[in-house]
Design a protein around this ligand. Structure first.
Ligand SMILES: Cc1cc2nc3c(=O)[nH]c(=O)nc-3n(C[C@H](O)[C@H](O)[C@H](O)COP(=O)(O)OP(=O)(O)OC[C@H]3O[C@@H](n4cnc5c(N)ncnc54)[C@H](O)[C@@H]3O)c2cc1C
Length: 392
């Protein structure tokens, strides 16, 4: 059993002031009404470009993001490195719309890949398709709608951007994770990512596909792709997550009168996630796995399955990953126990990272139990430090 309770390890790189700030932040995001009103106000402020930079930069942005540029992320990169944790530099700008912005996003991702050549503490590159592609075009493609010649050309440019990222990642010797998004664009994303895995994963696991296990169909999909990969002769790699768009998915399904693609209850999502972890570990000869979760039970189970299958903690094809600002008790204690751990380190201009920040706040509200756990652990560590100070 791994203990996630060692708060000295979990918060080793946090000052007491930072911990107190984090405590207040989690107290605030625990309040659903406040988060709802706050999100609406932030969206309005963002769209009319109110100067909220300073307030955001020193609070919520500082907690969940590394900085506005790669340079500003250096401190966090070094702190992760001191605790044996790799960084996943994530250019988290969202809502970009123009070809120029998509090219710019690709260039930023290429810059993180370039940096990984000289900084061995970058574990993975990462991108999401809505950062390099127009949402409505992905949706249209996924619906099998006929595309005009102009749209077909645009779609080719999207594939080329993704291909450039994967070529550079392969040449730099760093794997690249491709995030999963809303179901109504995910069919298009799945198709492109499957082709990229087939092209780039012949000898090693370069491209990691993300599977959202809150989706009813994804356990079947995992097995199907694994079998297809065997037949086509490539190595499948998966990042497993539960999924971040549950409410949006359910609302849309209800509004448009189709069956929700999401498991009806949390238990079913948990069961699918754990089954998927077990399946990947049993097939680790071919598959590479990244367990992307803040769920202690899942991490505990994954560690148990690894032991059952005689897979050492530092197995090169098995990684655990969490997001910056969340579940440090899991990341730092897993790393201390010798597991491969990475943390997403989002960065980008505050205005463009806002949707990511709002999602994190909403997520921490809806996962009330987990927020309670974060608060409990921060409080425990603050108390421990106070007592230690008294003694010395
Ligand atoms: C490293 C990393 C990478 C990530 N990448 C992505 C990504 O590419 N795409 C993406 O969508 N998300 C991504 N996420 C977010 C992830 O999908 C989850 O939203 C988040 O991690 C919370 O799930 P959990 O497993 O950590 O925690 P838990 O608290 O155990 O699970 C919460 C999750 O369970 C599911 N759930 C909650 N209630 C119900 C219910 N009533 N019925 C059914 N299911 C329910 C939801 O998915 C919810 O987010 C990532 C997370 C991490 C840590």
């Amino acid at each position: 059993m791994i203990s996630f309770d060692d708060t000295r390890v979990a918060f080793a790189d946090k000052t007491t002031t930072e911990l107190k700030k984090a405590w207040w932040l989690f107290i605030l995001v625990k309040n659903p009404r406040l988060v709802k009103v706050g999100s609406v106000l932030l969206n309005i402020a963002n769209s009319i470009r109110l100067p909220l930079r300073w307030i955001l930069k020193t609070t919520v942005f500082k907690h969940f993001c590394g900085g506005e540029t790669i340079e500003e992320c250096r401190d966090t990169l070094d702190k992760f490195s001191d605790s044996g944790i790799k960084a996943v530099l994530d250019y988290a700008a969202e809502g970009v719309q123009t070809e120029k912005e998509f090219d710019e996003a690709r260039d930023r991702i290429l810059a993180t890949i370039e940096l990984s050549r000289t900084n061995s503490n970058i574990g993975f590159a990462v991108f999401k398709f809505t950062g390099i592609a127009r949402f409505s075009l992905l949706e249209k493609f996924g619906n099998d709608d006929t595309l005009s010649q102009k749209e077909l050309d645009e779609f080719e440019r999207i594939k080329r951007r993704a291909d450039d990222i994967c070529t550079n990642a392969r040449d730099a010797g760093i794997p690249v994770m491709i995030d999963a998004e809303e179901t109504w664009i995910q069919d298009a994303v799945d198709e492109i990512v499957e082709n990229l895995m087939e092209k780039y994963n012949k000898e090693s696991h370069v491209v990691y596909h993300t599977l959202q296990m809150y989706r009813i169909d994804k356990l079947y999909y995992l097995k199907k792709i694994t079998e297809e990969a065997r037949i086509k002769g490539y190595l499948p790699a998966f990042k497993l997550v539960r999924g971040a768009y549950m409410e949006k998915e359910r609302e849309r399904a209800q509004k448009m009168s189709y069956a929700s693609p999401i498991h009806p209850v949390k238990n079913a999502t948990d069961g699918a996630f754990n089954d998927a972890v077990r399946f990947c570990l049993e097939n680790i000869g071919n598959i590479a796995l990244c367990v992307g979760t803040h769920n202690e039970i899942t991490c505990q189970l994954a560690a148990e399955y690894m032991a059952e299958n005689e897979l050492e903690p530092a197995h090169e094809k098995i990684h655990f990953s969490q997001l910056m600002g969340m579940s440090d008790h899991i990341s730092y204690n897993l790393a201390k126990a010798g597991y491969n751990v990475s943390k997403y380190l989002p960065y980008g201009p505050i205005r463009l990272v806002m949707p990511y920040l709002i999602r994190r706040a909403e997520e921490n509200t809806s996962v009330a139990g987990q927020t309670g756990r974060e608060l409990f652990l921060i409080k425990k560590e603050l108390k421990r430090r106070k007592e230690e100070k008294k003694k010395s």
